[in-house]
Design a binder for this molecule. Sequence first.
Ligand SMILES: Cc1ncc(COP(=O)(O)O)c(C=O)c1O
Length: 314
Amino acid sequence: MALQKTDKIWHKGKLIRWEDATVHVMAHVIHYGSSVFEGVRCYAPPSGPAIFRAQEHIQRLLDSAKIYRMDVGFGCEELVTAMTDLVRANGIWPCYLRPIAFRGYGDAGVTPVNCPVEVYVVNYPWGKYLTQDDSGVDVCVSSWTRIAPNTLPALAKAGANYMNSQLIRMEATTNGYAEGIALDANGYVSEGSGENVFIVRNGVLQTAPLGNSVLPGITRDSILKLARDLGIPVAEAGIPREMLYIADEAFFTGTAAEVTPIRSVDRIPVGKGDVGPITRALQREFFGIVHGTQPDRFHWLTPVPVGSKQPVGV
Ligand SMILES: Cc1ncc(COP(=O)(O)O)c(C=O)c1O
């Protein structure tokens, strides 16, 4: 989806013009991939704009930065406020938010010496990801392995990890699939290029544990909480590749993908090839909460105080 420019970008406590949010070609991040970032959705329930799991996203950003010894210089509440301030200032919702911290311009070389950590938050309109089709997506198992333990840390949402994601996704789309599912270094199901994976088999909802090179997805966590709340048995356990072929249901979760059913893997239909009952029940709960047709019983939405302001068209 084409990036739609907005008016302002948050940079270290100030709202600057979109055009002024630039980086020098010798910034550390450009050469060595030294960024950590988040992808967050702001929804538009009838009560007004509301950011989904804002604190959890910012906490993950701070965790990613900590793993990489990066001092962001702002705390969780300050960055949550940065997001609400930006949504209000730009007058754009629903939208996608992209907080990012990276090592800027300093000395040359891999060791980040004198490279200030830059922090920005950007927001822009964004619709559905992967498909517009409610019946789900056709995916493949990638020939690329997900980043192995103790190479690039999978728990960190770091820019560099997305080199691996790009290989997975480019291969999948080149071969006519919506997305690829990568296996981990031991051959167990890991995740999509930008989504966690769930399957249902004999009534049990299963997803890969965090040790199988997956990002600790905020949507993954939300679905696990919803499933437990609905009394659906849940297992976080290693999933062999072939389980994808004999699963009754499968779906992706992610901020971008939300809850997207998987209708086939490697051209083998998942279950009957339609959206199964557990996937539907979880979709109903998830979308009900974010779109405000159900109470926010887990307190997942951070309201953006906009008064009577209406969103602007972009
Ligand atoms: C590699 C990867 N896995 C999983 C996810 C899902 O995480 P979340 O639900 O927090 O968006 C994402 C998206 O951020 C991702 O990029």
